[in-house]
Design a protein around this ligand. Structure first.
Ligand SMILES: [Zn+2]
Length: 630
């Protein structure tokens, strides 16, 4: 997922406002949920943390108490992955939209699950604001409880582990109050200047836990299954979902039945449905940079030329990422669907990314960052999925990093031009983090920490999963070198495809290929909030022919925030001859070192390749010689 704002410069307040908007919409949508037939009853197997997972809690404020626990109860304020108890194998979802001028659907869902560990006498599924008509288990009517948020289906006899069990749920949903969560319905506007907007439209948005507003599921990323959607709607509309189109047939009475199949497992939050009067252009084909893959763009009727111009690099990006990652594009097609009323910039639904209308504006190449980000997610997020939302940085950091990878490739074959283009994006992330991240433990959650009270916090914490996540990946590349870094990346993709990943999974792959212990690196950059802030002073001693460098870490340092350990590079230039790198190693708040140099330097560049996530304040209080500057 990516914001509608350019992420390297997104102000925290804007992100927080967006979050507040989503939270408010969430709350109002829940209030507006239709009455349900079953009495509210807490399901016996609901995890104890269910309230904290579902609840809406404002971003944690600094208090005199330890913010990691609730002072009244002693409860740890953290989010934990919920248990499934079942292997979810396949969902066949039949949806009927009787009239696209109204935000209503009738659903028949067949979910096949297999108990894990011990015989199970019930299953709990997320399902928000629905009316449940009936439930069958293995073809026989079953008892159920539904409280407007979750459905508990009771089995007549406990079902042993390993037994594939089909659960059929007949339900309906009025999704008119949803905006940006689950299904969003856009009414047709008679006075619009194009046929797309004159008609109604529907789009989905699942991340984080909103697809359970239109189908029953384990609405958390730690479960994967194959899915198929069979959707009946009136003629004249395009209907798109994940995977490939199996069939498209007349359903009679001016209606069409669309059958989409995603036969490789993915997470429930990546299930998508788009309905609209849209025009389709095809960027794939035998002459494209990626022959053999369908690469359609669905766009507003009348904007085909614009979409073709702004999305034209997509096939080349796919081909480049496949080569670089040594992992074929995983899905049956790569569709990008530009829809209206979409509150995000892009959402990486499996094989079918949803895009903002804003992507139809700008000069050639101006949308490449967004396109590369969402495409990168097809590997990092969709093929490998964060196991819990505290691992979201593995999705978003990598997708953001793919933006820089494309910048590098798009710069051509000149190594200097490639490096400049790549580092421009990297420095944007650093500037963004320096501007908004003065976090420290324990008051702020770290990049990969689960010390948040609501999963939405993971998307807007100052330890930004986008910018800081991508910076961490960049620093690994600098530390390990290209060959080892990309070997580790390929190992990570190959080992965990179609599975779930944690920070440790990624670290261990990088350790395996490099022979390095990276625990300290990940501990301080992923599991501790904030970044380093440095006062730097240097001067040249003509007598000893030494360059003396002093560095002080000025960010908060205490028992929970020890000094960072790193090797800070200085690139020193001389009047004649090549320059050289000098490295100052430190794991203390203060370090000083004198480096023998061959002559008075004419300039010093501090960490020009961003090898350390740090801000620099050059004090030059060591009597810098004339002409010595940054
Ligand atoms: Zn993203």
């Amino acid at each position: 997922m990516r914001s509608i704002f350019s992420l390297p410069t997104i102000p925290f307040r804007t992100a927080a406002a967006l979050l507040a908007f989503i939270v408010a919409a969430n709350a109002s949508a829940q209030q507006a949920a239709p009455p349900t037939q079953a009495p509210a009853q807490a399901p016996a197997e609901a995890p104890a943390n269910e309230e904290s997972r579902r609840g809406v809690v404002p971003h944690r404020q600094q208090t005199e108490h330890d913010p990691r626990i609730d002072t009244d109860t002693g409860r740890m304020l953290a989010t934990w992955r919920p248990s499934t108890g079942f292997d979810h194998k396949h969902m066949r979802l039949e949806l009927d939209f009787p009239d696209l001028n109204a935000p209503k659907l009738k659903g028949k869902e067949s979910l096949t699950v297999i108990p894990i560990g011990r015989p199970r006498d019930r299953i709990r599924l997320d399902g928000q604001g629905m009316v449940i008509h009936s439930v069958k288990v293995s073809g026989r009517p079953a008892k159920f409880d539904y409280n407007g948020r979750e459905l508990v289906v009771h089995f007549s006899d406990p079902i042993p582990p390993g037994t594939a069990t089909p659960i059929l749920i007949d339900y309906e949903v009025d999704f008119g109050s949803n905006r940006g969560q689950g299904l969003t319905w856009s009414a047709g506007k008679a006075d619009a200047d194009n046929p797309t907007d004159q008609a109604s439209a529907i789009h989905s948005q699942g991340e984080a836990s909103d697809n359970s507003r239109w189908f029953l599921c384990h609405d958390f990323p730690n479960e994967k299954l194959t899915t198929e959607l069979i959707v009946t709607a009136e003629d004249g509309f395009e209907v798109s979902s994940n995977g490939r189109l199996v069939s498209r047939q007349s359903a009679g009475k001016g209606r069409t039945r669309w059958h989409w199949l995603q036969d490789k497992p993915h997470a429930n939050y990546l299930v998508t449905l788009i309905i609209g009067k849209l025009s389709i252009i095809e960027l794939g084909g035998p002459d494209s940079a990626r022959p053999g893959l369908s690469i359609p763009v669905y766009t507003t009727i009348g904007t085909e030329d614009t979409a073709r111009r702004l999305y034209k690099n997509t096939p080349a990006m796919i081909a480049y990422f496949e080569k670089l990652l040594d992992e074929p594009y995983p899905w049956d097609r790569y569709a990008q669907l530009i829809v209206r009323d979409f509150i995000w910039g892009g959402m990486e639904n499996t094989a079918a990314t949803t895009m903002t209308r804003g992507s139809l504006y700008g000069d050639d190449g101006s949308q490449d960052g967004l396109i590369a980000h969402e495409l990168g997610h097809q590997w990092f997020g969709d093929l490998l999925t964060c196991k819990g939302w505290e691992n979201l940085w593995l999705n978003e950091g990598w997708a953001s990093y793919c933006e820089a990878l494309w910048e590098e490739e798009d710069a051509g074959s000149d190594p200097d031009a490639r490096r400049r283009a790549y580092l421009r994006t990297v420095k944007g992330w650093l500037a963004s983090q320096l501007g908004r991240n003065s976090s420290y433990a324990p008051d702020y959650p770290a990049l990969g920490s689960n010390l948040v009270t609501n999963e939405l916090e993971n998307m807007a914490k100052p330890d930004d999963v986008y910018a800081k996540g991508a910076l961490l990946i960049h620093m690994l590349r600098m530390r390990l070198g290209d060959d080892v870094f990309f070997a580790g990346t390929r190992l990570y993709l190959d080992r965990f495809k179609f599975q779930h990943v944690t920070t440790d999974d990624f670290r261990r792959c990088m350790e395996e290929v490099s022979g390095q212990s990276l625990e300290r690196f990940f501990d301080q950059w992923a599991m501790r909030p904030g970044l380093a802030r440095l006062n730097i002073a240097y001067g040249f001693d003509a007598g000893s022919q030494e360059l003396k460098i002093t560095v002080d870490q000025t960010q908060r340092v205490d028992a929970l925030n020890p000094a960072y350990a790193f090797s800070l590079p200085f690139f020193v230039r001389y009047a004649d001859g090549p320059g050289e790198y000098l490295y100052l190693d430190m794991d203390t708040t203060h370090a000083q070192e004198s480096f023998p140099v061959r002559e008075r330097p004419i300039s010093i560049a501090i960490d020009p390749r961003v090898e350390v996530m740090a801000g620099h304040n050059v004090t030059k209080d060591l009597e810098p010689p004339e002409g010595l500057g940054e």
